[in-house]
Every structure is written in structure tokens, then in C-alpha cells.
Design a protein around this ligand. Structure first.
Ligand SMILES: [Ca+2]
Ligand SMILES: [Ca+2]
Length: 160
């Protein structure tokens, strides 16, 4: 077993194996480009030759012209990595946006008054002292304001 397969959970490998076997209809242990082409055409009639070539290039990871189970697993891992990286990127962008809603004047930090203003614009009248208490809990360097890194840590702490 190749290292890339060995590093995946057993049930994941089993599920990939089933998908692979479905594509490997002549059961010779690999999927030929022609066969993959036929399968893709049957799934998506409008797939172009260029798109097909891209899928083939992505799936035949070692580039020897046939798709083995190792290629198949590696392609799966790559697409998973890309998905995770993309999700992470979106998450960062969302955090930035949220931070900037509060940091209106672009100071790079949020003061209790900033939060109070945003809350008020949302129709929520929270006493400034209450907000100061919350900020004091999130604030780590003692400047009574929330920096972006303090904000991020606070959001991730909520996740746990
Ligand atoms: Ca290959
Ligand atoms: Ca601070």
C-alpha cells in the first residue's frame, strides 16, 4: 500500500475503492482515459474536451496515461486539500469583514464605543459599561481595545 493510501482512514479508503471499482468496469485494476471519458460524458453531456483533459490530468497524478487506484486516491486528497484551503481562505475573509464592520474608522482595533455604535445602529441599546466588560475579557494586551488578533482568538475560542 502506498503511503498516501495508508495515511487515510480505513473507511475512506474503502469508500474510494468502491467508487474506483465502479469506474473500473473491466476490473483490470486501472481506469483507462477512454473509459473515464465515457463515464464523464454519461454524467455531463456538455463537458468539453478541454475540461475532460483537465480532469484526466488531475486524476492521472503520476502522468503515465492510466488511472490506478493510487492516482485516484492522490487526486482525491489533492481536491480535499484544495477545498480545505479554500474554506479556510473564505473563513479568514469573513472574519476580516466582520472585524471591519466594527472597526469603521480603520484603526486596526475596536473600542467599546465602536461596538456600542454598531449595536445601536442595529437597534440594540446595550449599556456601554456592559460592552466594556466584554471587551475587557477579550482584550489581552490591556489597551481596552480589541485588536484583530484578539478578535480572531476570541472567535476561535468560541468554536471549542
Ligand atoms: Ca497513472
Ligand atoms: Ca487589546
Amino acid at each position: 500500500m502506498s503511503p498516501s493510501i495508508a495515511s487515510l482512514p480505513v473507511d475512506q479508503v474503502a469508500s474510494l475503492r468502491r467508487q474506483f471499482d465502479l469506474l473500473d468496469t473491466d476490473e483490470d485494476g486501472h481506469i483507462s482515459p477512454v473509459h473515464l471519458t465515457n463515464v464523464l460524458r454519461s454524467i455531463d453531456l456538455h463537458i468539453t474536451d478541454t475540461e475532460m483533459d483537465e480532469v484526466m490530468a488531475k486524476t492521472d497524478v503520476d502522468g503515465d496515461g492510466i488511472i490506478t487506484f493510487e492516482d485516484f486516491v492522490e487526486a482525491f486528497r489533492t481536491s480535499r486539500r484544495e477545498e480545505l484551503a479554500k474554506a479556510d481562505h473564505e473563513r479568514q475573509a469573513n472574519l476580516r469583514q466582520t472585524f471591519q464592520i466594527f472597526d469603521r474608522r480603520n484603526f486596526g482595533t475596536i473600542s467599546p464605543k465602536d461596538i456600542w455604535n454598531v449595536m445601536r445602529s442595529l437597534g440594540k441599546n446595550i449599556p456601554l459599561e456592559d460592552i466594556e466588560d466584554i471587551v475587557a475579557e477579550i482584550d489581552q494586551d490591556g489597551d481596552s481595545r480589541i485588536s484583530y488578533s484578539e478578535f480572531v482568538q476570541c472567535v476561535f475560542a468560541d468554536d471549542e
